[in-house]
Design a protein around this ligand. Sequence first.
Ligand code: PLP
Length: 409
Amino acid sequence: MISEKMRPLVENNSVIRVMFEEGKRLASIYGAENVYDFSLGNPSVPAPEQVNQAILDTLAQEDSMFVHGYMSNSGYEDVRAAIAESLNKRFGTGFHQGNILMTVGAASGLNVILKTLLNPEDEVIVFAPYFLEYKNYVRNYDGRLLEVAPNTADFQPDLEEFEKKITARTKAVIINTPNNPTGVVYSAKTLTAMADVLRKKQQEFGVQIALISDEPYRELAYDGVEVPFVTKFYDNTVVCYSYSKSLSLPGERIGYLVIPDAFADSQEVFSAASIANRVLGSVNAPSLMQRVIKRCVEQDVTVDLEAYDRNRNRLYQGLTDLGFSCIRPQGAFYLFVKSPVADEKAFCAQAQKYNLLLVPGSSFACPGYVRIAYCVSYEQIVRSMPAFKKLAADYGLTADCGPDEARKG
Ligand code: PLP
């Protein structure tokens, strides 16, 4: 019964999800404390107490018919105004409620904007390594996804190859910073150069090219690193934001799009995106969560980053001491480690012998690397170190023979 378009999706069902199931199976055999599941990007820090309080206050103080009712497909006006104001305060932008469209998380936001913009065969460029769902989302609207190969020196995008990949059919470019799976934050220098390339190519081909900035990890940045605000670099930018990680609410499905006034045909795009929200079946973002987000935004609430930062430091130090090689991540909650052998799937299989669940880089179009999600308990990281030590020994790694890259940071 299933459609031809669905068939490959079923056959290539997410490796990460499969690993998550494997983790549960291993835990039932060996006990949860002896399984080191680093596969899923599910936040380990609880939602801030203010979120729970905001839910209670909303239910106690706001009219129930209003809280649970339908509203405009783009969301409650006052919620959107509060988000615009918060962005303006933090990033010096000039947004208003007419630029903010509430979505069912980043996944939905990406689908809304791709449905709004893509004609069949339009090209969308992404930079490997990237969140592999982009491929499925682009395919939903019969677009063509083009990959720029990874720049493994520092995982900033390779802009020379990018420039060569742009054609008259390029409709959009998706970036993700802080990045899943590398933890790298794209620098202002990178974004300036990327915007220059885009403007040049827009002029050359006489087209408009959208830059879609997927930002579920915006607030998860460490060591005081600045995450540049992308709309400041390039007019045709759409920001796709989510509270899944910044408030640890992935199951609640809430986020927003920013479609700035400077975006080409901004009002038409905004209206079309509101309709896309409706016809994709979401209709509008969850109403209770919109009300809750307004209260949280007004108080500048975000998750406590200390636990992630502690995990990051412990894992990075532990693994590089063992001779593994990786870039020190500046954001998100992932470590992207070079596999000691080219076949990183074989390396993941070897890791699994010690109950270590790691995700192969080919799941992000970057073979030869593995992703370790450190949104786990600190205790899991400490307990996993002997298993990593055995794994390092299997490949003859020692602290002294780790490649130079391991010392970067
Ligand atoms: N984009 C990236 C890069 C992600 O890592 C994720 C989730 O892990 C998403 C989008 C989807 O996030 P959401 O839960 O907001 O749909």
